[in-house]
Design a binder for this molecule. Sequence first.
Ligand code: VGL
Ligand code: ZN
Length: 249
Amino acid sequence: MGNSSGKNSSVSPSLQGSTISSRRTFIIGVIDVQNDFCEGGALAVKDANSTIARINKLRFIYANIMKTFISQDYHPPNHMSFAKTHGKKEFSKEKLRIIMEDGITLEIEQSMWPVHCVKETFGAELHADLIATKKDILVRKGTDRNVESYSAFGDEYRGKYENTLLNRKLKELSITDIVLTGIATDYCVYYTALDALRYGYMVHLILSCTRGVAEDTTENALSDMKLKGVLFYDTIDDFYDYYDKLTSI
Ligand code: VGL
Ligand code: ZN
């Protein structure tokens, strides 16, 4: 801190606020807005489509201020999270023993999903209505058949088996705050938020821009995120007010 903090102590509280905000750099995160999670998809999340126009609006409002990263669930056809891969019942939970490339055997409990987001298929594509540009940071995850990565940062082992390099990219951009949106609140959004906190980012979740697979898991995910320090906003307008206060002198 040194000199600059000495200087700050003499300015008015509002100016101090703007100094603090200028040290923060926000990015919008859009999780898995893909055809298979939208209406008619293989793992359709109820009302997922209603988030798309809102996410676009958020992007539009902050187009000159915030970059965007977009994640894509992107599985091989025989991925370990597919019920079909193991001949199991969809939406059950199964104990799996997986021998990893490094020789370590992992014993995990894995949700058995319908086949979804298979790489290079329509289901894995981003929904056509979602604004996505070449300038966005795109990360793909779940690309190794033995690894589940709900989080846009990588697997649950701090990215030991799959690391999307998202953390490195965000640190390179000096990102401090992530405005999180997308699908599904109780899985990929949740795990992305937890990793983001772990890596030292502040996380802002806009509830109107996210939808969950099931009610009970969504409730649990929301209360856990709240407990761990994720900031919640009901609507984009609520986030707008927060950001406006933060940046106004
Ligand atoms: C997701 C279940 C399986 C998600 C991905 O994007 O939340 N959920 N794979
Ligand atoms: Zn998946």
